[in-house]
Design a protein around this ligand. Sequence first.
Ligand SMILES: O=C(O)CCC(=O)C(=O)O
Length: 198
Amino acid sequence: MQQLNLFPESVPTLPVTYYPNFLTLQEANELYQHCLQLEWQQNYIKMVGKIIPVPRLECIYGDKGCDYLYSNSVFLRPLPWTDSLAQLRDRITAMTGYEFRIVIGNQYRDNQDSIGWHADKEPSMGNNPAIASVSLGAIRKFQIKPIAGKPTDFWLEHGSLLIMHPGCQATHLHQVPKTNFFVTTRINLTFRPHVGGK
Ligand SMILES: O=C(O)CCC(=O)C(=O)O
């Protein structure tokens, strides 16, 4: 007898875990308000010989000495952890076992703010980093795909947590594309390991 396949091949197995209700609504609202007060900056990136503004605001908090350089172009020096960010870091570590030394914030101000297809492979994170991504505010589409494969879409909700497990950055790319919909501000916090610092 042929077995019923409840998991068709068209549903890919992804090296991520999504927790839509990681934070309660009240926790997510309070954290969103806290994050709006963080030290956001407009950074600039070198791309095909030109220097252009990064299409979102960024901030970084973390352990002393855990500087972060990405795309050989944007240098980020962490500010000391705020109590709220440190508590969130510890909560994610308690749940997942993964440890983090920095958190990079992305603020998507409107539908034109985005992050293009990439993998987070900076050597400062060590080999096969686990990255934990908390979303706050407006829902945006997050896409992930095998390097030469088809994308899967997630709609990252207010108060959700997406874990990209070790190995994910070696095999998959991800992005948050621009959208034609009207959207309000979204804040994303990516907790990351780091091999340097104290
Ligand atoms: O905003 C997001 O959900 C993704 C952020 C991201 O891809 C990154 O910071 O590398």
